[in-house]
Design a binder for this molecule. Structure first.
Ligand SMILES: *Cc1c(COP(=O)(O)O)cnc(C)c1O
Length: 361
C-alpha cells in the first residue's frame, strides 16, 4: 500500500489511525452485526455515537453550556442562507467583512434577505490579507456581524477578532475548526463544513448561542430553521450518520493521541513555520499571503511563472505530494496542511521544493 501526502483543501486527509479504526469497525460495529452506515439513526447504538460526538466536541472545544451544537447537512454554503434567515430578524441588518470568496458568497446570499453592509474588504489587494477594520463602520443596530475566519483559497486568517460589542459575531470556521483553541464565548454563531478538518464531507457543524435560536424570517423552510434542529437534537430528519461517527473518531484521536487543542496548535504552528520559513528564504517560490495575515492551515505560493507552477504541481504529484494546485480561480499553488497532515509530510514537501528550486534555477 502506498499512501500519498494529500494537500487537498477539502475533502482532505484524515488521521491514519482513524481510518484504520473505521476499517476495523466496518463490518461489525461494537457487536451490532452491522456497519454504522447501515444502522437506524434512531437505534440505541447510534444514539451513543451522536451523543458521544457532541460531548467530545464540547469537551475539546470547551463549548459553554449556553450554546447548542447542531449536526446538519448542506455544507457551509447552506449556512450562508441559514444565518440571515434565522438571525436577521430584529432590524433586518447585518455587517459583513469581505476577506475572500466564501465571505463574498456569504454576503451576497445574506443580501437577498435584508440590508447587508460591507464594512471592510481586501478585494483590491486580491484578498492577500485580512482587511483593516474601522469600528466606526460597524453598525450598532446590526443583527449580527459576519466574518470568514480562515480564508481557504487565499491562505489568510484573522489573528485578532473584531470588537463588535453587543452585536453577535458570526464566523465561518470551515477551514480552521479544531486547528487551535478558540474562545467560543466571543461568538454568537460558529459554523463549519466538516470536510476540511473534522470528518468526511456531508456534515456541517453549527455552534449557536441559545438566545439566538429565535423565530426565523417568515417562510423560512422548516429544514432551514435552527430551532427545528435544536429542538430535536439534530434528529429532526436523518442526520449524516457516518460523517458524525467519523467526527467522533477524529475527536477521540485529537483528545487521546494528540492531547487536545493546545497540543494541536503547537503541531500546526510548527508545520506551517517549516513551509513559511522556506518560502521566505527561497529565491524561486514566493508566499502569496501577507505575513501578518498568514494562515497555519492553507499556505499559498507561486513561482511567478505559470508554466513553472504547472511543472511543479505535476512533478510533485508524481513524487506523492498531491493536490498542490491552487484554487481554480487564483492559480499558483496551495498546500493545505490540516490537522491530519503529519509533520513528516511537510518536511518532505519542503525537501522536494528545495530540490525543485535547484533543478530549475
Ligand atoms: C470549503 C469552504 C466553504 C464551502 O463549504 P461547503 O461545505 O462545500 O459548502 C465555505 N467556507 C469556507 C471557509 C470553506 O473553506
Amino acid at each position: 500500500m502506498n499512501r500519498v501526502y494529500n494537500f487537498s483543501a477539502g475533502p482532505s486527509m484524515l488521521p491514519e489511525s482513524v481510518l484504520l479504526r473505521a476499517a476495523a469497525e466496518m463490518l461489525d460495529y461494537e457487536g451490532s452485526g452491522q456497519s454504522v452506515m447501515e444502522m437506524s439513526h434512531r437505534s440505541k447504538v447510534y444514539d451513543a455515537i451522536i451523543k458521544g460526538a457532541e460531548s467530545l466536541l464540547r469537551e475539546v472545544m470547551e463549548i459553554p453550556d449556553n450554546y447548542k451544537v447542531l449536526f446538519l447537512q448542506g455544507g457551509a454554503s447552506s449556512q450562508f442562507a441559514m444565518v440571515p434567515l434565522n438571525l436577521m430578524t430584529k432590524n433586518r441588518k447585518a455587517d459583513y467583512v469581505l476577506s475572500g470568496q466564501f465571505s463574498t458568497k456569504a454576503y451576497k446570499e445574506a443580501a437577498r434577505f435584508g440590508d447587508c453592509k460591507v464594512v471592510a474588504s481586501s478585494k483590491e489587494q486580491n484578498f492577500s490579507r485580512i482587511p483593516d477594520l474601522d469600528p466606526k463602520e460597524f453598525r450598532p443596530d446590526a443583527d449580527y456581524f459576519h466574518i470568514c475566519m480562515n480564508n481557504t483559497i487565499y491562505g489568510t486568517v484573522f489573528h485578532a477578532l473584531p470588537e463588535t460589542g453587543d452585536v453577535p459575531l458570526v464566523a465561518d470556521i470551515s477551514s480552521c475548526i479544531l486547528s487551535r483553541p478558540i474562545d467560543v464565548s466571543r461568538f454568537g454563531v460558529l459554523y463549519a463544513g466538516a470536510q476540511k478538518n473534522v470528518a468526511p464531507a456531508g456534515l456541517t457543524i453549527v455552534i449557536i448561542r441559545e438566545d439566538l435560536i429565535g423565530e426565523p424570517q417568515e417562510k423560512t423552510p422548516t429544514m432551514f430553521m435552527y430551532k427545528t434542529h435544536a429542538e430535536s437534537d439534530s434528529m429532526y430528519n436523518t442526520p449524516p450518520c457516518y460523517s458524525i461517527y467519523m467526527c467522533k473518531l477524529v475527536l477521540e484521536w485529537l483528545k487521546n493521541e494528540v492531547g487536545g487543542l493546545k497540543a494541536m496548535e503547537k503541531r500546526n504552528v510548527e508545520k506551517a513555520a517549516l513551509l513559511y520559513d522556506f518560502l521566505d528564504r527561497s529565491k524561486l517560490f514566493k508566499g502569496c499571503a501577507e505575513k501578518e495575515s498568514r494562515s497555519i492551515m492553507n499556505v499559498t505560493f507561486v513561482t511567478g511563472d505559470k508554466d513553472l507552477d504547472a511543472k511543479f504541481v505535476q512533478e510533485a504529484a508524481a513524487a506523492g505530494f498531491v493536490n498542490l494546485k491552487g484554487h481554480r480561480s487564483v492559480g499558483g499553488m496551495r498546500a493545505s496542511i490540516y490537522n491530519a497532515m503529519p509533520r513528516e509530510g511537510v518536511e518532505k514537501l519542503v525537501q522536494f521544493m528545495e530540490n525543485f528550486e535547484k533543478e530549475n534555477a
